[in-house]
Design a protein around this ligand. Structure first.
Ligand SMILES: Cc1cc2nc3c(=O)[nH]c(=O)nc-3n(C[C@H](O)[C@H](O)[C@H](O)COP(=O)(O)O)c2cc1C
Length: 217
């Protein structure tokens, strides 16, 4: 059997039919990254629906899950809801820098975003988001401050609301604690962990335009 030369081994890797089209196209990678985020906002089963957000705190970095509620590609914004009394919101108030991470095994794609947070409490954006929130979800804002100590195992909910949906007038009391977080995306890192053709790319927002580059994975 003829042996392969080193040059042949170092040459371009032959494409397989099932290869995704973005492997050699930065424009398609950018489109792929945004489409994953947009699907994440709409599809509860998408891993991008529940990404992680990392903040800076006095005790070092903190990371936790959030629910992606909206993506505005034109403004480069992600949106989610939070309790204004939480450590998360307090940390964003003190330092608006936040990193977002999500990975889908099905898509074999990790996204890492560098973002800057803006907080909305009691303003028109918060009012619209509150109106769009169902009463059961609004219930979460009726508990004592998230993370506060409890002598007993607890959901934090008022006892009558443990087992039934609140009526609108009950759940609306939570609006005072409701906060919409908008994350302005400043950079996107995309990593595709295909078994053979790994790819990594970064996109930076400069003067309103996204500029992309390939990186070594
Ligand atoms: C699946 C899932 C979705 C969550 N979604 C949100 C969310 O959208 N907003 C939020 O403030 N916390 C959400 N949480 C709770 C946070 O992960 C975290 O527990 C909460 O923000 C309190 O964290 P902190 O003490 O760091 O503020 C979610 C948790 C899970 C497991």
């Amino acid at each position: 059997m003829p042996s392969q030369s080193a040059a042949a081994l170092a040459g371009p890797v032959p494409r397989m039919e099932a290869d995704p089209p973005f492997l050699d196209d930065l424009g398609l990678v950018e489109e792929h990254a945004w489409s994953l985020l947009e699907r994440g906002a709409k599809d509860r089963r998408s891993p991008y629906h529940a990404p992680s957000i990392a903040t800076v705190s006095d005790d070092g970095p903190q990371v936790r899950t959030f629910t992606l509620r909206g993506v505005d590609r034109v403004r480069s914004i992600l949106r989610f809801n939070a309790d204004a009394r939480s450590g998360l919101v307090g940390q964003l108030e003190a330092d608006p820098r936040a990193a977002v991470h999500a990975y889908s095994a099905a898509e074999k794609t990790q996204l890492r975003l560098r973002t800057l947070a803006t907080l909305h409490r009691g303003d028109p954006l918060a009012a619209v988001a509150w109106h769009a929130t169902n009463p059961s979800a609004k219930r979460c804002y009726l508990v004592p401050p998230p993370g506060s100590l409890s002598g007993l195992p607890t959901s934090g909910l008022p006892t009558p609301l443990e087992r039934r949906r609140p009526i609108e007038a009950e759940s609306d009391l939570g609006f005072i604690h409701f906060c919409v977080v908008e994350l302005k995306i400043e950079a996107i890192e995309w990593l595709h962990v295909h078994a053979i053709h790994k790819r990594r790319a970064r996109f930076d927002l400069h003067d309103g335009c996204w500029q992309g580059t390939w990186l070594t994975p």
